[in-house]
Design a protein around this ligand. Structure first.
Ligand code: OGA
Ligand code: MN
Length: 197
């Protein structure tokens, strides 16, 4: 179903290491996912898992998260997209991806996530990152952009967290940050890993 997207993502990962796709998935998927996120009561403060222990650090990130599961329809559709991508990347690039984990994230007004890498030096298990956005009618004044840098910290891209925009990048190579959001912001961050948690 997403063959074209799989090809585009694979080519871009080889050539540039990252890709931003607007109108990425089925048109109805972002609003269905947004409804499921809004119906979910159990969002928890996100932590930073650096050197083993998970710890909360409000100075570095202020989002709330809820892990996706197949028990809701839209989440199952999104996870189907991800497992198709995993299979394709393994077949074409021999990445040996074994597992995909993903969570909804809510950034309340004023929330942000400081510049970071998704894969830590001591645990190279997150290989490919995906971020998918669910926000309808996001304007330039709403802030909350994802800013992506290269390995030398040069600016690469500023991504508006608009519904149905998808970014995929190599987890170890691209520092990125979420600028303070001026209204409530919904995303799904996900990682293909080479181990099982
Ligand atoms: C993350 C992350 C970006 C976003 O959760 O690691 O970088 O735009 N999220 O939500
Ligand atoms: Mn990140």
């Amino acid at each position: 179903m997403y063959q074209k997207q799989y090809e585009q993502i694979t080519d871009a990962l080889v050539n540039d290491g990252y890709v931003v796709i607007t109108d990425a998935l089925e048109k109805k998927l972002p609003s269905a996912l947004l409804n499921e996120a809004k119906n979910e009561q159990d969002f928890k403060r996100a932590g930073i898992s650096g050197l083993g222990d998970l710890h909360l650090d409000s100075n570095r990130r202020r989002d709330k998260i809820h892990w996706l599961s197949r028990s809701a329809d839209a989440q199952a559709s999104f996870l189907d997209f991800a497992s198709g991508l995993q299979e394709y990347l393994n077949k074409e690039l021999y990445l040996g991806l074994s597992y995909y984990e993903s969570h909804f994230a809510i950034y309340d007004k004023g929330a942000f996530y400081e510049k970071h890498l998704d894969s830590f030096k001591n645990s190279k298990n997150r290989v490919v990152t995906t971020v998918y956005y669910l926000n309808e009618d996001w304007t330039d004044n709403d802030g909350g952009e994802l800013v992506v840098y290269d390995e030398d910290d040069n600016f690469l891209a500023k991504v508006k967290p608009d519904a149905n925009t998808l970014i995929v990048f190599m987890s170890e190579k691209f520092p990125h940050e979420v600028l303070p959001a001026k209204r409530k912001r919904y995303s799904i961050a996900g990682w293909f890993r080479i181990d099982k948690v």
